[in-house]
Design a protein around this ligand. Structure first.
Ligand SMILES: [Zn+2]
Length: 393
């Protein structure tokens, strides 16, 4: 399986100009191929991925500048276009309202994909060597495990350049633990599991988030073309990067603990959850939380696959409203934190949900429950420092 590493690149001014030019050519090609697909559709013809692939050769004759870009990179533009088309039609199948695939404008084309060939990493001189680009100093801050399969060069909004190195690694199967767990992700806590572990939402991210909001305000007050505005913009982009690093660190450690400790991990299918709960608020906090949950489950699935563990995704309908003891469905409001059923079962709402999730995942209609364990609350700092152990029964 493939794992990705992200390394900072420090291209010279000349190389940056080259990269910019090539990104522009890739963007042109992307739009041109999309245009051809749309045109064909109007004429009642259907183009396939191989059709647009062979079109690239023809386009090169009319636009020889395309030869400035490594040929495999151009092929990957076609590949990316078709991945986007497929992703869009999958969303449509799932009942989401989606428009047409958009053309790429301005700086919205950010990556060049050197797949299998056209790149070399010189570990001694700490340089990334790219065909038709040249040498770029690379900050290799961690060792690369596995066989390197490709490099994606990416320009972030902060103007910084990165190399995403993809490497093929083998499985590392962990011995079974005989334990299973259900996890409910939520707003009150980052997640609550069926063993009574409550993981706090990372508060350190709040601090970075407040800084981001302050910087956003500062930026909006600066004059459009001033030097101070550019400074403020870079500060803001850096704060965002810090937030992402903190978040990823937290999510990596948390998912690692679950994979180490459980054979089967049951989670909600967030694609479905989004549709069911119809999340209306689009605040920055909520947006980051949403993306953190999906990233968390993505990491869980990935690490689990490599470790020979199983992640089961279940339909989240009624998992927070159903009594785990008697199956009764209550009309719970989002503000009701305690689940209190006529049958006598009383528990934290999210804990009840995590038990339901586990039951659905294991295919059991009901599981004997002895009562709620005392919540074991774990802070994000403890997660980051690796200073916690999961309680399990
Ligand atoms: Zn009940």
């Amino acid at each position: 399986m493939l794992i990705s590493y992200k390394f900072r690149l420090h291209p010279s001014k000349t190389v940056q100009a080259k990269l910019q030019e090539q990104l522009g050519l890739c963007r042109w090609l992307y739009n041109r191929l999309l245009e051809e697909i749309n045109k064909a559709k109007e004429d009642g013809r259907k183009l396939r991925q191989t059709d647009t692939q062979s079109l690239i050769l023809k386009l090169k004759k009319g636009k020889p500048e395309l030869n400035k870009v490594y040929s495999k990179v151009l092929q990957m533009v076609n590949y990316q276009l078709w991945s986007n088309i497929k992703a869009l039609s999958k969303l449509k199948q799932n009942g989401k309202k989606v428009g047409k695939l958009r053309y790429k404008t301005g700086n919205s084309f950010k990556t060049m994909n050197f797949n299998q060939s056209g790149f070399k990493i010189d570990f001694q001189r700490k340089k990334l060597v790219l065909s038709k680009v040249g040498e770029i100093p690379i900050k290799l801050h961690r060792p690369i495990e596995g066989k390197i399969k490709g490099v994606i060069v990416k320009r972030e909004k902060s103007g910084k350049w990165y190399a995403i190195v993809q490497a093929e690694v083998g499985e590392q199967v962990l011995p079974p633990t005989g334990k299973v767990v259900g996890i409910d992700v939520g707003i009150q806590h980052f997640c609550v599991d069926s063993d009574g572990n409550y993981f706090e939402n990372p508060r350190f991210m709040d601090r970075t988030l407040n800084k981001i909001k302050k910087l956003q305000k500062q930026l909006s007050r600066k004059q459009k073309t001033s030097k101070n505005r550019e400074k403020a913009r870079i500060k803001l982009a850096k704060a965002y990067e810090k937030l992402e690093n903190q978040r990823n660190d937290f999510l990596h450690k948390l998912s690692r603990y679950y994979v180490n400790n459980y054979d089967v991990i049951v989670v909600e299918d967030l694609d479905v959850k989004g549709l069911v709960e119809n999340g209306k608020s689009s605040t920055l906090n909520r947006h980051i939380l949403d993306s953190s949950w999906s990233k968390f489950i993505q990491l869980l699935s990935f690490k689990a696959e490599r470790a020979g563990r199983r992640v089961v995704k279940v339909n989240p309908t009624n998992t927070s409203k159903r009594c785990v003891k008697c199956g009764n469905v209550l009309d719970l409001k989002l503000s009701d934190r305690v689940f209190k059923c006529q049958c006598g079962w009383e528990a934290d709402r999210d804990y009840n949900a995590s038990l339901n999730i586990l039951n659905v995942g294991l295919g059991q209609s009901r599981m004997p429950v002895e009562g709620e364990p005392l919540p074991c609350v774990i802070s994000a700092i403890e997660v980051l420092q690796g200073k916690f152990s999961l309680r399990s029964r």
